[in-house]
Every structure is written in structure tokens, then in C-alpha cells.
Design a protein around this ligand. Structure first.
Ligand SMILES: Cc1cc2nc3c(=O)[nH]c(=O)nc-3n(C[C@H](O)[C@H](O)[C@H](O)COP(=O)(O)OP(=O)(O)OC[C@H]3O[C@@H](n4cnc5c(N)ncnc54)[C@H](O)[C@@H]3O)c2cc1C
Length: 539
């Protein structure tokens, strides 16, 4: 019989979402163990774009500089271009300046960063590992588990030695990816549009690729020829000439042996192009959300509960949002100040965001399909060809380019009808992927304001609750502070004097949760401060 160890939280899966959860719990001083069946090596990196909200979390954790200083060159432009082929006509270009030339984002202290998973995961991993309360183990697999009602018994195996072990955890979190065995064992189904296609990734090295093709530097090239919009070519590691050709859809029957990589490269470039092939992956484009984000003491996060088209770069970023929402709630519960209903609010808050983001990602992908017909003259050197290319350039930028204009999507998600936020009866601003309207309505991400000392108001948030006071004559919040103390809820007050901050927050007192979302706001202390604090801590 294997020995039993007791731990607060067992995380299964060391992809970016499991690592982010371990990092957040470690940052909060909560004990957790993360097991990952692989060895941590990333053979074919998927994710490349760390969005603005995830960068804000990285800033909170103190690792934003590491992500910004990843090997993606600061002076390499993020331009997106539409081409008939890399060596053919460029029919549209969305200018997106290199990091070194960007102006600050109006609504955030951070900007979206290109940082391949092959760099991002190791940054998260070493940060998580630096916390004394975190233990990470590779080549270790969860084989079975049982929710006993008072804890979770997990059977794990060390894949190197074959040694089996039983762990008793207060909570189990499955960050075990799209094929989640934990989700299956809990009998939780997935619902949605299902499989939307079978894309193919080909990784390659090609020095001076763009120079050889006569193109200006750019990060993402979408290829449209007489048969339609069929591929994109993306730089992964400019300093090492590493690229990825993604064929948007295949018949799903191809195997690595039957794929003619050179022919695909010829089509992508418009002529034969010798490259060094690095790797290949065939996968399924899915659009699915789990019917529930957990059961009892077992929770699910990341691809285990939402699988979406990579159009819009939302997969990992949505999963990291899950980890941040769950992280403080697990911490509060383990530390004893979280109420009995706190963990249940994870599903109530995050599942609607999963549905929102999966839906928007699918819409971005479906926009590609509008560009299939009437393209026979697209490469012609004729008046007809020129006119067609000019029209398509505008339409592609407007429709397909929308997936690169997503500040509203990244920052505008909010927890409407959350059981742990106190609605103030105001109307939500429109949820427009392209436009972000900052708001301190309960459920929203508390807005960013540049403070006189150059910091962001977001820098106040993260550890415990913060009662932010705005403008002259703001109440001192003593009743809320006393209520928090009575319940053992960590809370501090922050006075934010900048007039534009008072205007943006619209109330004199704003109670901000440890994840940076607003729980309550008002111009006076609430009539029943204890009721507000109890609601916010899920009591
Ligand atoms: C082409 C492409 C481009 C993308 N680009 C972006 C992007 O730019 N931005 C973005 O946000 N997202 C992007 N994504 C999506 C993103 O890659 C995924 O959403 C993300 O990797 C999911 O992370 P995860 O941690 O939930 O799951 P995974 O990364 O799948 O990790 C799950 C881990 O669990 C482990 N595991 C499974 N079962 C067990 C077990 N029983 N015991 C122990 N370990 C187990 C697995 O080995 C695996 O390492 C892209 C995806 C694709 C396909």
C-alpha cells in the first residue's frame, strides 16, 4: 500500500494554465503540488501571444519584465499582412509597431507581447518553483482519484521509477488539457460547435525568408490565392529564423508521412523555397465549452473546459484567467476566510467567459470562410487583378483583421450576475471585442489609472481585498474595514487622489477583490457592511 501525503491543492497538468495556478497559489503562500506527465520540453509550441490581461497578471506576479525580455526582439514589428503568397502580391498590411516603438496602452500599464510558449512556460515554471509552498514534479501522472467529500484521494505514478503513491489533497484541479481524464472521470460533457476543421502546423527555419520574398518585416502573413484564404505564416523566433506555416484546414486524413511539406511551402511562397524542417503537428480546431467547471472538491481549468479556435489568441489567455479566478478563491478557502459559497462562484463567473471567448474565436475563424469565391484573377497582373486585390485588401483587413483588434475582448470581460458581487443596478457597457470601455461596475476589472508617481492603480490590487477611496470627502470605509476584520478577510485601504480616477470609478468607495475585479461600490458605507463583506467572500 503506498504511503499517503496530505496537501492543500493538487494540480494535474503542467501546461501554461496549471503553471499559472501553481504560480498564483505559490505567490499567495498556499501549499500545492503540480504533477505533469511530460518532461516539460515543448516540441511544437502552440501559443505565441500573451495578451494584455495576462501581461497584467505577470506584472502582479513580478515576472512581466522576464516576459518582455524574452528572445522575441523588441524592435521586431508585429505587422500583419495579407498576401497572395509570401513571394507574391501584398494586398493589405495592418501596421502594428514593435514593442520598442509602441505608445503606452490607454487602458492598461501593459501591452500584448509576442512570447512563444517555448519561452513563456519556462518563465512561469521557474516563478512557480521559486515559491517555497509549491512543488512541481515532471514525469508523474495522475491515474485515478476519488472525492471523499472531505478531501480528494489521488493515485499517482512516477513514470521513471514506476513508484506509486497516494496523495490526500483538500482540492484537486485538473489543468490536464483538451483530453482531460479528470473531466471524463467526473462525467462532465463538452457542448458547442465541436470540430471546425483539421489544421496542420509545419515548423521550419528559413534565414532571411522575408528578404528573399521581398517583404517588409512582419509577424503574421495570411495567404489567400485563387482557392481562398488557406494558410498563415507566422514568425516564432525571429532571431533564429524560426517560422510556422499553418494550413487552416485539411481533410483530416493526412499523416506525417503523406504530407507533402515542400509542395505546401511552394504554394505559401509562390515558388520552390528550400527550408530546414523542424517539426509538424496535426490537430483539430474545436469550439467547445464544458457543461460544468468542476464537481465537489474537483475543479477544471484551461483547455480541459474550453477548446477554441486559436483565431484571436484566446486559448491560454482564457485559461490563465481561470487560474487567477480560482487561485484567490482556493487561497481564501484554505486560509479559512473564504465562505462556503466562494468556490462555487468559480463556475458561475468563469463559464460565461468561456462561452463568450469560444464564441468570439469561432466568429473570427468563420470570417476567413467569406473569402473563397470570385478569386480567380487574384494573382493576375491586369486591371481586374489590381482592382480585386485592392477590394480584398480592405475587406480582409476589416473582417479577418478583427481578430487582431481585440482590446475589448481582452479587458472587457466581466462577471455579470456573479453570486459574490453586489450589483449596483447600473447598465453594462457594450461587450464589443474592438472597444474597451473601462468601468468600475461590480464584476468588472477595476480600471487602470496612471498615478502621480507613475505607477498604475492596478498595482494596488492582488494580495487581499482593497477598499479604494476616490476624491475629497470619500468616507473612510471604517465599517467595511471592521466587517472584514471580523471575518478575518485581508483588506487594506488605498486613497487614489487623481481626479480622473474618481471620474472613472464613478463612486467614492470601491471594494476590489484579490483578482482585481470589483465586488462592490458606493458613495457611502453600505447599510450592512458585514453583508457586503460576506457576499464578497462567498459567505
Ligand atoms: C496553433 C495554436 C496557436 C495558439 N496560439 C495561442 C495564443 O497565441 N494565445 C493563447 O492564449 N492561446 C493560444 N493557443 C491555445 C493554447 O496553446 C492552449 O489554450 C493552452 O496551451 C492550453 O493550456 P493548458 O495548460 O490548459 O493545457 P495544455 O497545454 O494542453 O497542458 C495540459 C498538460 O496536462 C498534462 N496531463 C494530461 N493528463 C495528465 C495526467 N493524467 N497526469 C499528469 N499530467 C497530465 C499534459 O501532459 C499537458 O502538459 C494556441 C493553440 C494553437 C493550437
Amino acid at each position: 500500500m503506498p504511503s499517503i501525503r496530505n496537501i492543500p491543492v493538487l494540480i494535474v497538468g503542467g501546461g501554461p494554465v496549471g503553471l499559472a495556478l501553481a504560480a498564483d497559489l505559490g505567490w499567495r503562500g498556499v501549499g500545492c503540488e503540480l504533477i505533469e506527465q511530460g518532461d516539460g520540453a515543448i516540441v511544437t509550441p502552440k501559443m505565441n501571444e500573451v495578451n494584455v490581461r495576462t501581461m497584467e497578471f505577470c506584472r502582479r506576479w513580478g515576472i512581466a519584465e522576464k516576459v518582455l525580455n524574452c528572445p522575441f526582439p523588441a524592435d521586431y514589428p508585429f505587422d500583419v499582412a495579407f498576401v497572395t503568397s509570401l513571394g507574391g502580391h501584398e494586398i493589405g498590411r495592418m501596421r502594428r509597431p514593435a514593442r520598442a516603438r509602441q505608445t503606452p496602452e490607454r487602458h492598461s500599464p501593459m501591452r500584448l507581447q509576442a512570447c512563444s510558449q517555448m519561452w513563456f512556460d519556462p518563465i512561469l515554471r521557474s516563478f512557480a518553483q521559486s515559491a517555497p509552498s509549491v512543488r512541481l514534479r515532471h514525469r508523474t501522472r495522475l491515474e485515478a482519484f476519488e472525492d471523499t467529500g472531505t478531501g480528494v484521494m489521488a493515485d499517482i505514478v512516477d513514470l521513471e521509477s514506476g513508484r506509486r503513491e497516494r496523495i490526500a489533497a483538500d482540492y484537486l484541479v485538473g489543468c490536464d488539457g483538451a483530453t482531460s481524464m479528470i473531466r471524463s472521470a467526473l462525467n462532465i460533457g463538452l457542448a458547442g460547435q465541436g470540430v471546425m476543421g483539421h489544421p496542420l502546423h509545419l515548423f521550419f527555419r528559413a534565414p532571411d525568408l522575408l528578404k528573399q520574398c521581398g517583404k517588409e518585416p512582419g509577424t503574421f502573413f495570411l495567404a489567400i490565392d485563387r482557392d481562398g484564404l488557406w494558410a498563415n505564416i507566422r514568425v516564432i523566433d525571429p532571431a533564429n529564423d524560426m517560422w510556422r506555416l499553418m494550413v487552416l484546414d485539411t481533410d483530416g486524413k493526412q499523416t506525417p508521412e503523406t504530407i507533402d511539406r515542400d509542395a505546401l511551402m511552394r504554394r505559401a511562397v509562390g515558388r520552390p523555397m528550400p527550408v530546414e524542417w523542424l517539426g509538424l503537428s496535426i490537430w483539430s480546431r474545436r469550439s467547445l465549452v464544458a457543461e460544468s467547471y468542476g464537481k465537489g472538491r474537483v475543479f477544471l481549468a484551461g483547455d480541459a473546459v474550453h477548446q477554441l479556435s486559436p483565431t484571436g489568441a484566446l486559448g491560454m489567455n482564457t485559461g490563465i484567467g481561470d487560474a487567477v479566478d480560482l487561485g484567490w478563491k482556493l487561497a481564501a478557502t484554505v486560509q479559512g476566510w473564504g465562505g462556503d459559497n466562494l468556490l462555487a462562484s468559480y463556475d458561475a463567473e468563469r463559464r460565461p467567459i468561456g462561452l463568450r471567448n469560444v464564441g468570439m474565436a469561432a466568429e473570427f475563424y468563420l470570417a476567413h470562410e467569406h473569402f473563397e469565391d470570385g478569386l480567380s484573377a487574384i494573382e493576375d497582373d491586369s486591371e481586374q487583378g489590381r482592382t480585386l486585390r485592392a477590394r480584398l485588401g480592405r475587406e480582409l483587413e476589416r473582417d479577418v483583421g478583427a481578430m487582431f483588434r481585440t482590446v475589448g475582448l481582452q479587458l472587457g470581460y466581466r462577471y455579470e450576475d456573479s453570486p459574490i458581487c453586489v450589483s449596483d443596478g447600473t447598465h453594462a457597457p457594450p461587450d464589443d471585442p474592438e472597444k474597451f470601455v473601462p468601468s468600475a461596475r461590480p464584476g468588472s476589472r477595476a480600471p487602470h489609472v496612471v498615478l502621480r508617481d507613475g505607477r498604475s492603480s492596478l498595482d494596488f490590487y492582488g494580495r487581499g481585498f482593497v477598499l479604494a477611496q476616490f476624491g475629497a470627502g470619500a468616507p473612510d470605509g471604517a465599517e467595511i474595514a471592521a466587517a472584514a476584520a471580523a471575518r478575518g478577510v485581508p483588506l487594506r485601504t488605498a486613497t487614489i487622489e487623481e481626479p480622473e480616477a474618481a471620474e472613472l470609478h464613478e463612486r467614492k468607495l470601491v471594494l476590489v477583490r484579490p483578482d482585481g475585479h470589483v465586488a462592490w461600490r458606493g458613495d457611502r458605507e453600505p447599510a450592512d457592511a458585514l453583508a457586503v463583506v460576506d457576499r464578497a467572500r462567498g459567505g
